[in-house]
Design a protein. Structure first.
Length: 334
């Protein structure tokens, strides 16, 4: 018996009846020889961590564009916080922690530069629209590894595709990530907004803090415990009705006071202008696209999709660099 098979047997002994067992995975689109050490979801997690799109998350906006402080969240630190919350919940519920981690680490691989401002811009520009969750799936299926993709399991792909609030993941592990994403961004975005002088803790309505807590640590503790208590030995991942309503109210409060705050978002118009101009430039001048994009065009991909893929994959700093290269005149050198 291989190490992998021994680990799969331990899952049978330890995990909840509601857990997704590694040996019962629906598999990959392209069949592969099994690893002798790692179960399938651990293997998926490793592929995600080692892919280029994951590394680029470190220079992609979470909420504040190109922040000048060292402690503001980026898309990468957001992803790690989602993973940490999700693993804590999964372990307590005896669900498959490796599946949860793979979904969490891959859920935002398709996010644009400049956060949701970039997503809105590409959604307006791309003929078929743009959704970052669907782009994350495209990254792992059609873009990574020079277009070969990561060949992830069905369960991980399903969790990535359905991590948004409107999504409906097929596994409890996917449901955990869906809730953990919301738990993470609401709390760390409050922390960053306070750090940036956009919000004070006492600005948060008391009807929410009375339920959830009066600090980032307190709210995280409340939310993680509440999900665990209300989901243990049940075929669904959920919060209590009182906590769920408080989270929804706090989310609305954040949209009104942070996500759409004119002070915090004053540079977003420039970011949208930058992405719009880059998109139009590459549509008119596809010869400036990199080699991988050229290869995708040769395979019959639509130019608009290839341009969308390329821009969505850019970091904030790389998008600024390419915009400067194409639209800002250089000083004369002689």
């Amino acid at each position: 018996m291989t190490i992998r098979e021994q680990m799969e047997e331990r899952e049978l002994e330890y995990l909840s009846p509601y857990a997704t067992l590694s040996k019962n995975s629906k598999g990959r689109k392209i069949k592969e020889e099994e690893c002798d050490i790692r179960p399938v979801f651990q293997r998926d997690r490793d592929r995600i961590v080692h892919c280029k799109a994951f590394r680029r998350l470190k220079q992609k906006t979470q909420v504040f564009l190109l922040p000048k402080g060292d402690h503001y969240r980026t898309r990468l630190t957001h992803t790690l916080e989602v993973s940490q919350n999700a693993r804590t919940i999964a372990k307590a519920l005896r669900l498959n922690e490796e599946l949860v981690e793979a979904i969490a680490l891959g859920h935002d691989l398709g996010h644009t530069p400049f956060g949701h401002a970039g997503e809105r811009a590409l959604n307006e520009l791309c003929p078929g629209g743009f959704k970052h969750n669907e782009q994350s799936v495209r990254v792992v299926e059609s873009i990574e590894k020079e277009g070969r993709g990561l060949n992830l399991t069905w369960e991980v792909i399903d969790g990535i595709r359905n991590h948004k609030t409107s999504g409906c993941p097929s596994t409890l592990e996917g449901q955990i990530v869906r809730l953990s994403d919301k738990i993470a961004y609401i709390n760390h975005d409050i922390d960053d907004a306070i750090r940036g002088g956009i919000l004070r803790e006492e600005d948060i309505p008391k009807k929410y803090t009375d339920v959830l807590g009066t600090s980032v640590k307190g709210r995280l503790n409340t939310l993680v415990h509440n999900v665990i208590i209300n989901s243990v030995d049940r075929p669904v991942i959920q919060m209590s009705e009182e906590v769920h309503e408080a989270v929804q109210g706090l989310r609305v409060f954040m949209f009104e006071n942070v996500y759409r705050n004119p002070v915090a978002k004053k540079e977003e118009g420039k970011a949208i202008h930058m992405i719009t101009n880059l998109y139009e430039f590459y549509i008119k001048n596809p010869e400036f696209l990199p080699e991988q994009s050229q290869n995708m065009l040769k395979k019959g991909e639509e130019l608009s999709q290839v341009v969308c893929d390329y821009i969505a994959g850019m970091t904030d700093t790389y998008a600024v660099k390419k915009f400067t290269e194409f639209f800002i005149p250089e000083s004369w050198k002689n």
